[in-house]
Design a protein around this ligand. Structure first.
Ligand code: G1P
Length: 299
């Protein structure tokens, strides 16, 4: 079955990144030269998504502007013969047959509520959710995480949630899967779920397999989100609705291939920038001696 729509919750305040996020949405922070939002939109389109829905809030119009044409800029680049840059700017527009639209989340009621806001656009079909903070790098020989998950969804014909092993001390930062079979082998990449818990403290966490921001969900999740029950942090949690979905159908965790950087966090964001800059051969030659010098200094 085709996954037609991807929901990108982008209404958050970005408080972990203040003060820069006071006037700049965190999704516009760049990894090297592209804003975070561009990486996830490209990931969605590369996985066959036709419709990207931004669940947005006040002050986030710049996210849509990024993918819109800018006549003034294009004319200026054309006049100066800067063809490469012109192409780069034009390529930001969604390819033919694809679209980016937005809906508003009128109040910060949580991730689950943000996803619920997209229900009228998604309709009664399975859909994807991508959290732009979770920047996941895959090498040239590995399909993007969403592409990997679409493949798993087609095999399993059930909701699939990306998971990754984290240190047991960090379970309180994530949604955590309660595996059906408590002894999950390191080699298993599909993990049947018995439940999900949002941000459990390490002493009660059912595993150290954390949910990372890529989901493919069946539409039965929407009525569960709509019942509006508040969970951790007083918010309507997507994790709780996924756990409730298990009362009706199977849900699987998928240990994806790729390196994840938490770009909602200052350290993860810097790591992503260093790693991605080093991949650019034109940057690497200057950056490497600089990094060596810095390492020597701080050793
Ligand atoms: C959200 C989800 C959480 C998930 C995390 C992944 O939390 O609620 O279940 O593990 O994204 O990044 P947040 O980081 O928004 O607090």
């Amino acid at each position: 079955m085709r996954i037609h729509t991807a929901v990108l919750p982008v209404a958050g305040l970005g408080t972990r990144f203040l003060p820069v996020t006071k006037s700049i949405p965190k999704e516009m922070l760049p990894v090297v030269d592209r804003p975070l939002i561009q990486y996830v939109v490209e990931e969605a389109f590369s996985a066959g998504i036709e419709q990207v829905v931004l669940v947005s809030s006040t002050g986030k119009a710049v996210l849509e502007d990024h993918f819109d044409s800018s006549v003034e800029l294009e004319m200026a680049l054309e006049a100066k013969g800067k063809d490469e840059l012109l192409q780069l700017v034009r390529d930001l527009a969604p390819p033919a047959g694809r679209s980016i639209s937005s809906v508003r989340q009128s109040a910060p009621l949580g991730l689950g509520h943000a996803v619920l806001c997209a229900w009228p656009i998604v309709g009664n079909k399975p859909f994807a959710v991508l959290l732009p903070d979770d920047f996941i790098w895959t090498d040239d020989n590995t399909p993007s995480v969403l592409t990997q998950m679409v493949e798993q969804f087609n095999k399993l014909e059930a909701s699939v949630v990306a998971v990754m092993d984290v240190s047991p001390s960090q379970t309180n930062l994530y949604g955590v899967i309660d595996p059906y079979n408590p002894k999950v082998d390191d080699s298993e990449d599909i993990i049947r779920a018995k439940g999900f818990v949002e941000k459990p403290s390490p002493d009660v966490a059912p595993s150290n397999l954390a949910v990372i921001g890529r989901y493919i969900l069946t539409p039965e999740i929407f009525p569960l989100l709509a019942n509006g029950k508040k969970g951790a942090g007083g918010e309507i949690q997507l994790t709780d609705a996924i756990s409730a979905l298990l009362g009706q159908q199977s849900v699987f965790g998928y240990r994806f291939s790729g390196t994840r950087y938490d770009c909602g966090d200052k350290i993860g964001f810097q790591m992503a920038n260093i790693a991605l800059s080093l991949q650019r051969s034109e940057m690497r030659s200057e950056l490497l001696p600089f990094l060596r010098e810095q390492l020597a200094r701080w050793n």
